[in-house]
Design a protein around this ligand. Sequence first.
Ligand SMILES: [Fe+2]
Length: 179
Amino acid sequence: MSRLTIWDATRTEKLLVTEDAARIADELRAIGVRFERWPRADLPADADAEAILAAYRPHLDAFLAATGAGTADVIKLTPDHPMKDAMRAKFLSEHTHTEDEVRFFHSGTGNFVLHVEGKVFDAHCGPGDLISVPANSKHWFDAGTEPNFAVVRVFTDTTGWTPHYTGTDMAERFPAATA
Ligand SMILES: [Fe+2]
């Protein structure tokens, strides 16, 4: 289930918690973040990247055409991955990128947390959710200590994924509501 939690940036007040997809999209649109839901494809648990991309091809092609993004791939992460802790740590502190960070969740969950204009937007995404974090926006990502997801990544240039850390403790002060 998708969920958006909005805090004020001093963490004295929780401004909103909603699981309503339309409300989530509205709130995120107001800060320049695209959020939409695609009908989830019914695939076997062991579906490979090719099958996942094929299943979402009509939505993907429309998205690529609308945004001008170049291409898409699939990344899967499971709790038995030997590098899961290092992969978690890389994106767990507040950072920016030079490219939009676009993710569609085929399965599993993960949180994109944005720090915008004195507020923190914690978007818990699940199966069927697409989120696009705009280039240069301050954010972090967490899928918890037991990551388990298959997501489609949309991108133009993978060098645009390099995190530029802001050096703040925002992510430590606002642990993502991953559960
Ligand atoms: Fe990021």
